[in-house]
Each structure stands twice: as C-alpha cells, then as structure tokens.
Design a protein around this ligand. Structure first.
Ligand SMILES: O=c1ccn([C@@H]2O[C@H](COP(=O)(O)OP(=O)(O)O[C@H]3O[C@H](CO)[C@@H](O)[C@H](O)[C@H]3O)[C@@H](O)[C@H]2O)c(=O)[nH]1
Length: 482
C-alpha cells in the first residue's frame, strides 16, 4: 500500500491554525496511508501558537511541524501587508518542499507527496506547488457563504469591471448566488470597499480557481444553499468538512490552568443558562468610551455576565490583543463593586470551556467564523457585534440567512479597518436591549440553535455528511482505499 503525504501551509495565527490542524487530524485518522507535514511560518510571536503546536506534535505521530526560519524585516521597507509578508516566505517554503519531494523520490518506502493544502492567505504558494508539479488545495477557515462572496466580488471586478468602492455608503443590495437574501452593500468587508485593499482580496479568489479543490470549515446542514451554489462547475470542487473545532486545547489549559480553574468555579456557581459571555475574538477590543458603554449596558440589563475585556493594539496592528493589568482603569467608577456578585471580567478566555458550560445562555460575539461554529456546537445563541474582516457578512449570514442569532449591530466596523468616519459608539441602551433580547430569547429560537447544535455534531459522526466529504477529499487526492 503506497503511502501519501500532504504538505499543509497554514496562516500561523490561532484562529486559522486550530481548525487547519483539526482537519489534518481527521484526515490522518480516516486513512492510515496519509501523513501530513505542516510548514509553519514565523510571522509574529504568539506563545499560544507554539504551545498549541507542541501539544499536537506529541499527540499525533503522523502529523509533524517544520518551523521555517524567521525572516528579519528589512528596516528600509515600510511595514508590509500581511499577504506580502507571507509571499516573502516563498524561498524558504520552496526549500522545504524541495527537500520533501527529493526524500519522497529517493526511496520507494517514503510517502508520495500528494499535494499542498493552503490557507486562503497563502495562495502565493500555489507557484511553489506548480514548480514541483504538485496539485494545490485550499482549506478555508471561514464559511461557504464567504467563499461565494469572494468569487462573486472577483467576478464583478474582473469580468463586469464594476468598481466596488462605489458601493461604500450606498444603499445598494447585492443579489449573489451564495445567499438566499440580497446583501446590503454596507455589509461587505471593508477591504472590498477600499481601493488600496481590494486587490488583496480579489487575488485569492482568482487563485482559488487554479486549485484542485477547496475544503471549507462548514457543514451541509448549516449552509446548504451556499454549498449548492458551487455545484454549477464554475469553481473547483468544494468539500464542506466542518465544523473543525479544537475541543480540547491542552496546551492552553496547562499553561493557564489556575486562571481557567477560577473561571470554571465562578461559572459552576451561576444558575443554568443565566450568564451572557462577551468575547470579540483573538484581536478584537474597544476604546475606553465604548468599554464604558458596554459596562453600563450590561449593568442595566441586569443579566449575569462573563466578559473577556482586552486592550486595543496600536492602530493597524492585527496581533492578538492583550489583557488589561488593571481593568478598573477603563471601567465606570464602582462598576466592579456593584457587579461583584453577578459579573466577572477576564482577559483571554477559555472559550470552548465557557461555551460548553451549562451556566452560559448567550454569547455577544464579533462573529469570527470559529466563534460562530463553536457557539452552534454548544447550542448557545449569539448576539452579533462584528468588528472587521468578513464579520459583518458573517453576522448577516447568521441572522438573516440562518435565523440563528439576534442583532446588537450588523454594520459596525472596528477601529483598525474603518476609515475614521464610521466610528460610532454603540450606546449602553442598545447593548442593554441586545443583551435582553439574547438572554430572554423565545423558546422557538433557542430550540433552532439547539437543533443545529445536534446537526453539527452529527455531521462529524462516522456516517455524517462532513465525514463523507472528508472521505471524498481523500479519495480525490490519493485514490481509493485498497
Ligand atoms: O479570548 C479568547 C478569544 C478567542 N479564543 C478562540 O480563538 C478563536 C477565535 O477565532 P474567531 O472567532 O474566528 O475570531 P478571529 O480570531 O477574529 O478570527 C479570524 O479568522 C476567522 C476565521 O477565518 C475569521 O472568520 C475572522 O473574521 C478573523 O478575524 C476561537 O477558536 C476562540 O475559541 C479564545 O479561546 N479565547
């Protein structure tokens, strides 16, 4: 039986890496011929990434990680765009791929290199795959609808010569194959409405078309309409293989166990479904004025809360936000004392543990796709408060397309991607209303979320839809199991 190896090139931030590693784990579990080598770029320092990789390396013997050497930034160059920083890693990627290919060719017992699986930000590495005659695949860490959006926007731009930036601030509604409902143009990701950023977004979609297939972190039962919109043969095959969640992040747990124990204990003492959890992803944070409004909104709502409150990064920086040393400095006077019995402020959150805890009854989220999938998995309804990237679009998908959430905001834009004219403050009143709406959600809506939770778990069972798609992917990449 000939063995096969896939090379994975992820974007090395937690929100892309975790689901990519998870799909790799399932692939090797489902076929003993497969092994996977990850090439890890060192783009910024996040100790969570290293801890996570260490824990996976020790647990899975057919997955290994090769760390590429860190490129020192050229002091004469202005700070580069993220995708350009990835593109600059091509020579090191090429060197590693060359070594792996030579090794594979030198011995009949070595696995054949079957292809390269890339993150959406790493499509420049398709050139490396082509050089070695290897097929490329994508693993998309966001939704099928967001994939449809990328193809739609690229077609509008390239074929119909539409200047997308004209949609900025307009009331136009866009009808696209991946959505049942028309999308208000104001919910397009900021990068699509900005002349400087648009090419960065158009380019991956063009290159996706060159690949042999796209695995997406979603499942048929959740996004059937969007998934069906790819069946016209105009795109490479799409494989909905999710939800890919890391339900046991041992690396995180060991490193921060005392802090996490305290959070678990606090949750253990709260009534069933009584706590609203607030978290805005790995990067999201707010300025002091907005923090105060959130605090007042929570207090006015009277609901119990667990709030991951984080410090803003310098403008334009997209690295994980850090915890406050003294959160009281940014909160309204006396807030911590007044809410001592009903609320808890934390920094980086053990999100999976929190969402899985029976005391949690709602999630105020920035609508990162991982957070949405995690919340659905645990049957916790979401109140949307998107900040950047495709999050406004995800909020629309969740509320309008899927009917699985309530709205605090849908068109809000976080500081780092707004052009300065969109920085409205969401008032305490709006937050209070949103939190009440979420926590006092009618049974029918809560049941819908629970039902989808069951479907998400079923999709990954041995005979579930996502497992079948994983098998189909393996078959397309390495052929029939003997
Ligand atoms: O305090 C925290 C904050 C986050 N997380 C975890 O970190 C991940 C965050 O992922 P996500 O919810 O997708 O948010 P982002 O970190 O913002 O993710 C980026 O990547 C996603 C997937 O491509 C996109 O959907 C987002 O828009 C983009 O910002 C999730 O697994 C969370 O469980 C924690 O465990 N604790």
């Amino acid at each position: 039986m000939k063995k096969a190896e896939l090379i994975f090139i992820p974007t090395p931030g937690m929100s892309h890496l975790v689901s990519t590693v998870e799909v790799a784990k399932l692939l090797v579990d489902r076929d003993e011929r497969l092994s996977i080598t990850f090439l890890i770029m060192k783009l910024h320092f996040d100790p969570k990434v290293d801890r996570f990789i260490d824990s996976v390396s020790t647990a899975c013997n057919r997955i290994r990680f090769i760390h590429l050497s860190k490129l020192e930034p050229d002091p004469n160059q202005p700070k580069k765009l993220f995708v350009s920083m990835i593109e600059a890693q091509k020579p090191s990627v090429k060197e590693e791929v060359s070594t792996l290919v030579s090794l594979s060719e030198s011995s009949p017992s070595s696995p054949t290199i079957a292809g390269i699986v890339l993150d959406m930000f790493c499509t420049s590495m398709i050139d490396v795959a082509n050089e070695f005659g290897l097929p490329s695949y994508i693993f998309l860490t966001s939704s099928a609808a967001s994939l449809g959006l990328q193809f739609y926007v690229q077609t509008l731009h390239d074929e119909q010569k539409v200047d997308l930036t004209e949609f900025k601030g307009s009331d136009t509604e866009l009808v696209m194959p991946c959505l049942v409902n028309p999308l208000p143009a104001k919910l397009l990701p900021s990068v699509m409405l900005n002349k400087e950023w648009l090419p960065i977004l158009i380019s991956p979609a063009r290159r996706f078309r060159e690949t042999k297939g796209i695995m997406v972190n979603t499942f048929e039962e959740l996004e059937s309409h969007a998934i069906n919109s790819f069946s016209n043969g105009n795109t490479p095959p799409v494989y909905p293989v999710g939800p890919m969640l890391s339900l046991y992040r041992d690396g995180d747990r060991d490193a921060e166990s005392d802090k996490f124990k305290d959070i678990r204990q606090w949750l253990d003492n709260q009534p069933l479904s009584s706590v609203v959890y607030l978290c805005f992803g790995s990067v999201g944070s707010f300025g002091v004025d907005q923090v105060k409004e959130i605090a007042c909104g929570l207090e006015q709502s009277g609901h119990r809360f667990l709030w991951s409150l984080r410090q803003p990064q310098p403008k334009g920086q997209m690295e994980p936000s850090s915890d406050y040393t003294n959160p009281q400095d940014v909160l309204p006077e006396g807030f911590l004392d007044r809410t001592a019995k009903t609320g808890k402020i934390i920094g980086w959150a053990p999100q999976i543990d929190i969402l899985g805890h029976p005391s949690v009854g709602g999630f105020v989220s920035h609508c990162g796709w991982n957070s949405i999938l995690e919340s659905i998995w645990f049957g916790v309804p979401i109140a949307t408060w998107p900040l950047y990237a495709e999050q406004q679009f995800n909020a629309f998908t969740l509320i309008v397309e899927l009917g699985l959430g309530v709205e605090i905001k849908m068109d809000y834009r976080g500081d780092f991607q707004s052009d300065g004219d969109e920085n409205i403050i969401v008032s305490a009143g709006e937050i209070e209303r949103g939190v009440r709406c979420l926590m006092e959600l009618d049974n029918e809506k809560r049941e819908r979320v629970k039902e989808m939770s069951g479907k998400s778990r079923k999709a990954l069972e041995n005979d579930g839809t996502s497992s079948s798609w994983l098998d189909r992917f393996i078959h397309d990449v390495v052929g029939h199991k003997p």
